[in-house]
Design a protein. Structure first.
Length: 266
């Protein structure tokens, strides 16, 4: 495995890549699908249990994996995390040949506030506030798929106020833009979403409201709700301190969904 790190976005935050070894007999199989992971943390910090344990799973599936240490707290205003995620996909596609990443099979995934970031890029990659600040060519910042794990979505009744305050800088216009249930267009990326019904930190209505509008816009999506489970379950294992056998199913469900979507592009 090769580990690389580059800086992306207005704050030049780290994007760390874990690249699969190239084998002499691998041929075209050396060109890998890729996933960018955005840990959660309420845009206040970045969760440790939602980064490397997740990365190891996708590495075991022969993906190239990147972890984005996007801006948090005061640095998260002015759309900085969204611009960083956008720049991350641009950079990966620019270096696709060098890093053996298939430019047509790049996904982004996030947990909680990281899910908000992943959803932001999936929904707002063509927004004028993004394209005005970055050189976008042929939608080279658009995820080919996105996985949202108990995501922050809503800016209304079911909002996770800390996340929305940090990422909007308490600017009413940005808060409205980042109320993502209202930002679904025909240009949205396909989405996989999972949530627990008993999540007390980020209510399940965040995912439900998004799914309703994805349905209206006829965007491909898959939604899984689990009857019980706390917020922040990550991989739902003893390793990350949140064992939950039922919710653990999300890992296989999301992996199969992503593999099936990417198989259609081959």
């Amino acid at each position: 495995m090769k580990i690389i790190q580059i800086a992306v976005g207005p704050n030049q935050v780290p994007l760390t890549g874990y690249l699969q070894d190239i084998t002499g007999d691998g041929g075209i199989r050396n060109i890998r699908p890729t996933i960018v992971i955005c840990p959660g943390g309420g845009y206040r910090f970045r969760s440790e249990r939602e980064r490397d344990p997740v990365a190891l799973h996708f590495l075991s599936m022969s993906y190239n994996v990147f972890i984005l240490d996007y801006s948090v707290q005061e640095q998260a205003k002015d759309l900085n995390p969204l611009l960083e995620a956008s720049d991350a996909l641009i950079k990966i596609r620019e270096h696709a040949f060098e890093w053996m990443c298939d430019p047509t099979r790049i996904a982004i995934m996030g947990f909680s506030a990281g899910g908000h970031l992943a959803a932001s890029l999936a929904l707002l990659h063509k927004h004028p506030l993004v394209t005005a600040k970055q050189k976008i060519v042929d939608e080279n910042n658009k995820p080919d798929a996105a996985i949202l794990c108990y995501p922050v979505i809503s800016g209304g009744k079911y909002a996770h106020e800390e996340s929305l305050d940090w990422v909007s800088g308490k600017d009413p216009a940005l808060r409205s833009l980042l109320s993502l249930e209202n930002q679904v267009t025909k240009d949205a990326s396909p989405l996989f979403i999972w949530h627990t019904v008993t999540d007390e930190s980020v209510p399940v209505e965040n995912s439900l409201q998004l799914a309703v509008n994805l349905q209206k816009a006829k965007i491909p999506y898959e939604l899984h709700l689990f009857e019980s489970g706390d917020h922040g379950l990550s991989m739902c294992t003893e390793e990350v301190g949140t064992p939950h056998e039922a919710c653990r199913q999300w890992v296989a469900l999301a992996s199969n969904w992503l593999n099936n979507r990417f198989a259609h592009t081959l």
